[in-house]
Design a protein around this ligand. Structure first.
Ligand SMILES: Nc1nc2c(ncn2[C@@H]2O[C@H](COP(=O)(O)OP(=O)(O)OP(=O)(O)O)[C@@H](O)[C@H]2O)c(=O)[nH]1
Ligand SMILES: [Mg+2]
Length: 409
């Protein structure tokens, strides 16, 4: 009996020891994280807010991006950032070493080459069909199908083929290069060659600070694009503030902070999981105003339970921000790889907050960028930027000619 009691006693003591050491490790890690925050990211703690109940934020069932692994959102920048390895003390040093964002000229040359070099099955298929001498009914159907597969959308594909068939150059049995040129012209027409695609912050007489709110379903690339955009503005000599109004999980603010720290851009955040995103937006806009920044970029959460929730939250973020500064731009980030499914999401966001421009992300991983045509038509706003990779400078203004050549080449 005594033996049993002694054994039980030893077991209890060992368990207690393990518990104490785990607790000590955790509190050490917390201290380390705090030290990191203070030294690296120039974080400004936001007012703690009203603490939104977590249950109000659950996954959006309709999201095509929903099936993406959680890690893609959290460690998400794809650039092996220190934020994904909080155990190591080294990030204190690395967080201080600032990046020099790539210059506009070199970035454009590199990204154009990248877009042109991406393998495009649709271009080859179209070229093979259009190179024939006599196009049969089936061939024309194939042209339409190929456009559909590239996500140009049913209505636009049908109209394009109809117009092409009645085009004199084509019916006159001109050579393949003329047919291709005719299709190129028509595609350019549909995409909109002369549309003004500048960010509102870049237009003459823009507000200072100019406010940009990033919206979109989770996993589309909002945070990454906010980070890349901040770099673009920094490279252009502008003063930027970032607001982490995705309070759904702390990792989201950490991710944004990592981007900010690399180019010395302050990030306004709340340390409380589930804090009121609108209160972060309020603090961020107050700081941007007080600092006389040129641009404020506010990142938001992508996962809201339903449309009413989304309307509620985004509407509140907008209203509260506007107490300090007018909102100049709402950028909807759409994942090019989700194709036409993205359209349903786009409409919901447009209704919830109003959208002034679209960022088509992950165009590097998809030949399906044809969604450009339908999204512009449905929302009546231009695609302004494209994401061409996970790298920090893989963001470019949308270039209709480069884009159309990407489909055709
Ligand atoms: N290949 C490629 N990957 C991208 C691009 N933009 C973003 N990503 C990746 O997509 C993943 C999700 O990006 P996030 O920026 O975290 O997406 P988010 O919309 O902020 O996600 P939530 O905060 O969860 O709503 C990350 O792994 C990014 O690196 C792009 O243009 N090309
Ligand atoms: Mg995010």
């Amino acid at each position: 009996m005594n033996m049993i009691l002694a054994v039980v006693g030893i077991v209890v003591a060992v368990v207690a020891l393990i518990a104490v050491s785990v607790w000590m490790q955790k509190s050490r890690k917390k201290d380390l994280d705090k030290a990191l925050d203070r030294s690296g990211a120039q974080t400004v703690g936001a007012r703690s807010g009203t603490g939104q109940p977590k249950a109000a934020f659950e996954s959006v069932a309709e999201s095509a991006a929903e099936s993406k692994p959680e890690s893609s959102g959290t460690s998400g920048t794809g650039t092996s950032e220190p934020a994904s390895e909080p155990e190591q003390p080294e990030p204190i040093k690395t967080a201080k070493a600032l990046d020099a964002p790539e210059s506009v000229g070199s970035r454009m040359t590199r990204l154009k080459a990248k877009l042109a070099g991406s393998a495009n099955p649709f271009g080859k298929a179209l070229f093979n069909i259009l190179a024939k001498d006599n196009l049969s009914e089936d061939d024309w159907q194939d042209v339409e199908d190929t456009l559909l597969l590239a996500d140009v959308g049913a209505e636009a594909s049908e109209r394009l083929v109809e117009e092409l068939r009645t085009d004199a150059r084509v019916t006159g049995k001109a050579d393949a290069s003329e047919v291709r040129a005719a299709l190129r012209d028509k595609l350019l027409d549909v995409v909109g060659l002369d549309t003004d695609r500048r960010l509102n912050a870049d237009k003459e007489g823009a507000n200072k600070p100019s406010v940009i709110i990033m919206v979109g379903v989770n996993g589309t690339g909002k945070t990454t694009t906010a980070g890349k955009l901040a770099r673009l503005f920094v490279a252009d000599g502008r003063k930027v503030v970032l607001g982490a109004a995705d309070t759904f999980r702390a990792a989201a603010a950490d991710q944004l902070e990592t981007w900010g720290a690399r180019v010395n851009v302050p990030v306004v955040r709340s340390d409380k999981d589930g804090a009121d995103p609108a209160s972060v937006a309020f603090e961020a806009s107050a700081k941007a105003k007080a600092d006389n920044a040129d641009v404020l970029i506010i990142d938001t959460a992508g996962r809201l339970q339903n449309k009413a929730n989304l309307m509620d939250e985004l509407g509140k973020i907008r209203r509260v921000t506007e107490k300090n500064l007018p909102v100049d731009e709402v950028l909807l980030v759409l994942d090019a790889t989700t194709g036409q499914n993205g359209m349903a999401q786009a409409k919901v966001f447009a209704e919830a907050i109003g959208v002034t421009g679209v960022v088509l992300s992950k165009l590097d991983g998809s030949a399906k960028g044809g969604i450009v045509v339908s999204v512009q038509k449905e929302l009546g706003v231009p695609v302004k930027l494209v994401g061409l990779g996970e790298g920090p400078d893989d963001l470019a203004p949308f270039d209709p000619e480069g884009f159309v050549d990407g489909i055709l080449d």
